[in-house]
Design a binder for this molecule. Structure first.
Ligand SMILES: NC(=O)c1ccc[n+]([C@@H]2O[C@H](COP(=O)([O-])OP(=O)(O)OC[C@H]3O[C@@H](n4cnc5c(N)ncnc54)[C@H](O)[C@@H]3O)[C@@H](O)[C@H]2O)c1
Length: 333
């Protein structure tokens, strides 16, 4: 029997690179596509093509001869990034997703995974730190994150229309804050766990690090191995409705800082900058539907995943011979 041929877009990025490794290790044939090669280690994809997927012709090239598409390419970053570039992020991601869907359909792709986000959930449901976990049906009436969140919600709708008009099968996963080794940890696109690990690793004992907001804002965090496992299980379930993929263990950003400081064995003081973007006040995942559909949910405890992430970031900084410098802790999406 011929091997399933898989395309991972965004394969030069954090989740895409981990997913490529998993598929290749499971003996699938994999093509990776991105604007760039993975930053921290070489890809093991059978083919890796540098293509700008905002362009229609490149999407046709990327999807040729492919059975399954995992569409992870996106212009994205933490809350500082996605709130600074509303038009750019929305335009880029709309182009990538509309073209990838249609090119996949025309090229006879059998399965299409769209990576959505918890940023699609209405802001009016996320105004308190002890927020009620978000169920999939809470998405409407819509009031998502400007730009990035609206685009994700639009593409979820578009995936539904592709089923309506063409019976083209899609799966939609709403990721909640994914973290782990081999993810961006500086430069403006990093998410809060990586940014905190970097700051603590660069700090001396008793140093102060800057935290965006009062640090009482809450989130749940999912380790990358759980993300990849959940993604594959969801795709195999053939569920055509959007599903949350995250943990339902809520922590404050202050608690996250303290956990990283403990892992690093340092005493760290937090300095809060209330002028910086913080995103919604609280966000958590309700995993009831996820458990019903795939009989599984993310399991790796935050302490375990954070320790691996911290060690990796500290190792990268050591390799680079970096000295303590003052940088800001960027925030969440
Ligand atoms: N990491 C998270 O916490 C999280 C949360 C919610 C949703 N998501 C979604 O998951 C997906 C993967 O996220 P990630 O964390 O790996 O992000 P990432 O930024 O590490 O990876 C995205 C990749 O897409 C590539 N890309 C951007 N524009 C492109 C273009 N025009 N053509 C080709 N490639 C392009 C980037 O170069 C990057 O390598 C994204 O769709 C993102 O919106 C991630």
């Amino acid at each position: 029997m011929a091997k399933t041929r898989i395309l991972v877009t965004g394969a030069g990025g954090f989740i895409g690179h981990h997913l490529v490794k998993r598929f290749v290790n499971e003996r699938f044939w994999v093509r990776g596509v991105d604007l760039k090669y993975p930053e921290f280690e070489p890809t093991i994809a059978h083919e890796f093509e540098i293509l700008d997927l905002r362009r229609w012709d490149n999407c046709l090239v990327a999807t040729r001869g492919i059975d399954e598409v995992y569409n992870l390419a996106a212009d994205m970053g933490g809350i500082g990034y996605i709130t600074a570039y509303l038009a750019e992020v929305t335009r880029n991601n709309t182009q990538i997703n509309t073209h990838m869907l249609e090119a996949s359909r025309l090229n006879g792709v059998k399965r299409f995974l769209f990576s959505s986000s918890a940023c699609i959930y209405p802001q009016y449901k996320q105004n308190t730190v002890d927020v009620t976990p978000l169920r999939e049906e809470d998405a409407y009436p819509a009031d998502p994150e400007s730009g990035y969140g609206w685009e994700k919600l639009f593409t979820e709708e578009l995936c539904g229309y592709y089923w309506h008009d063409y019976k083209f099968e899609t799966c939609m996963v709403r990721f909640h804050n994914v973290y782990g080794p081999l993810g961006t940890y500086e430069g403006g696109r990093e998410k809060v766990p990586a940014a905190i690990c970097r700051k603590v690793a660069l700090a001396e004992n008793n140093d102060e690090i800057e935290v965006w907001g009062d640090g009482n804002q809450t989130r749940s965090f999912m380790y990358i191995d759980d993300c990849v496992e959940g993604l594959i299980r969801i795709t195999n379930s053939n569920c055509r409705e959007p599903l949350n993929l995250g943990t339902d263990k809520l922590v404050t950003i202050n608690e996250l800082v303290d956990m990283v400081a403990t892992i690093a064995g340092r005493k760290i003081t937090r300095r809060h900058d209330l002028s910086k973007p913080q995103g919604v006040r609280g966000r958590n995942s309700d995993n009831t539907k996820l458990r019903t559909v795939i009989d599984w949910e993310p399991q790796i405890p935050l302490e375990v995943g954070l320790e691996k992430t911290y060690k990796w970031i500290e190792g990268e900084l050591k390799k680079a011979g970096r000295v303590p410098i003052h940088l800001e802790v960027s925030s969440l999406s």
